[in-house]
Design a protein around this ligand. Structure first.
Ligand SMILES: CC(C)(COP(=O)(O)OP(=O)(O)OC[C@H]1O[C@@H](n2cnc3c(N)ncnc32)[C@H](O)[C@@H]1OP(=O)(O)O)[C@@H](O)C(=O)NCCC(=O)NCCS
Length: 397
């Protein structure tokens, strides 16, 4: 069979929606939503859809999202890969690989320095250089544990209104920008003000005496049958804000037994609970690969100081393969491609993904077969100059 890959346009919308419905059940197959208005652009701004065709038949599709990632105050242009689907009749024929290669190369051409995705089957994406670097978790906490959080200093709680949206966004950004991994929630795909408030039953703000927003909780009461209070986002800029919001959740959840919290891996919210309860009920695995190493490192900036030379080998996309020298001096980072090196450390693309996102140390990369050559000193330099603290994020896509 011969297949061709091309960008999807407005005329492909029906076929793409059918494929999505078959694979993900969305839009709801039982209650298909009305055909979108003909004048609404598709793919929507901020998305780039690619399809594999067998003749006129759409056999597979994937979508690239224009996203941004915070890395300690720096913004990294990120391609979010979503909606990877192969039609039932064409599965198992290797269609995903060439489709994703083209999608990712196009993202690199647009200036994206990273690609990330949530995968139900990480194995599919490993051969493209993606590695699991973080998770978004669903955590179950008994209402009694949340209610037993010790009170902090005075914080006022009140329900958010439309006029609070800018302060709500600013609070998220204040949390996100100093970390590694959270999405910037900016650009064409950012939620509208309405969607932000309507995404949950309620948003409760924690403010100081002057009304400044110090934290917030987005929550859904759920039914009595589910016996759950779901907090889809709990963000605090201060300890007092976390304490007040936890205690409110505990009081609210008393009738329903438990709080289900959507949390980034390693969420600081856990440290306020007096008991050991923090049962991870499910995890969404987040995968990453680097598309442009000098640009990604330059955008992220340097930690530590010193220099290291190394080689990245075997990139199926041909984007980051080669030898590099990284020099960090007084916070300024320079990463240059250099002439191929015979000796020194050699990373696989997957090893680079894990190192870049602080998901593995060199010792583990060696066990995994993602790092060879070099010696203890170059391992230390790679960790100091290329790695970062563990990644955290709150969004899924
Ligand atoms: C997931 C999906 C896209 C795979 O389609 P496919 O036609 O089987 O993919 P390919 O033939 O290109 O296979 C790609 C590789 O992934 C592997 N693979 C496919 N499905 C897999 C799964 N569920 N778990 C682990 N590996 C899987 C294949 O074995 C193959 O590996 P190989 O090249 O080493 O043999 C398809 O099953 C689908 O559309 N599922 C529903 C939508 C979905 O879940 N998408 C999100 C995926 S994260």
């Amino acid at each position: 069979m011969s297949f061709s890959v091309r960008a999807l346009h407005t005329a492909d919308q029906g076929a793409a929606r059918r494929l999505g419905r078959e694979a993900f059940g969305m839009p709801d197959a039982a209650r298909p939503d009305p055909e979108p208005p003909a004048d609404r652009p598709w793919p929507r701004p901020g998305t780039h859809a690619l399809g594999t065709f067998h003749g006129a038949q759409l056999a597979a599709k994937a979508v690239a999202l224009d996203l941004g990632t915070w890395a300690a105050g720096h913004e990294l242009r990120t391609c979010g890969v979503a909606g990877v689907t192969v039609a039932a009749e064409y599965r198992g024929q290797g269609l995903t690989h060439p489709l994703l290669v083209e999608l990712l190369r196009a993202a690199a051409d647009r200036g994206d320095v990273l690609a990330t995705l949530f995968a139900t089957a990480p194995g599919i994406y490993r051969r493209l250089g993606f590695e699991l670097v973080s998770t978004v978790d669903e955590v179950v906490v008994p209402a009694t544990a949340a209610a037993a959080v010790r009170p902090g200093g005075p914080v006022q709680l009140r329900r958010a209104e439309p006029a609070d949206v800018p302060a709500l966004r600013a609070c998220y950004t204040a949390w996100a920008r100093q970390r590694y991994g959270p999405l910037t929630r900016t650009g064409a795909l950012a939620d509208s003000d309405e969607a932000l408030l309507e995404g949950s039953d309620a948003v409760t703000l924690a403010t100081d005496a002057d009304g400044e927003v110090l934290g917030y909780a987005c929550w859904d009461r759920g039914g009595m049958v589910a016996r759950t209070l779901t907090i889809t986002e709990l963000v605090g800029l201060t300890s007092d804000a976390y304490r007040a919001l936890w205690r409110m959740a505990g009081a609210l959840a008393m009738k329903v037994d438990q709080v289900v919290l959507h949390a980034p891996a390693g969420d600081v919210a856990r440290h306020f609970l007096p008991s050991k309860h923090w049962q991870v009920a499910s995890q969404e695995p987040y995968l990453l690969r680097v598309l442009d190493l000098p640009a990604a490192l330059a955008a992220r900036g340097g930690c530590g100081s010193g220099q290291v030379s190394f080689t990245v080998a075997g990139d199926p996309l041909g984007l980051v393969e080669g030898s590099y020298q990284v020099v960090v001096d007084g916070g300024a980072l320079r990463c240059e491609q250099i002439a191929p090196r015979e000796a020194g450390p050699v990373l696989t693309v997957n090893g680079l993904s894990l190192l870049f996102a602080g998901a593995a140390r060199c010792a583990d990369l060696r066990v995994l077969g993602h790092l060879s050559g070099g010696e203890a000193a170059s391992d230390r330099a790679l960790e100091d100059l290329l790695s970062s603290p563990p990644w955290q994020l709150r969004d899924t896509f």
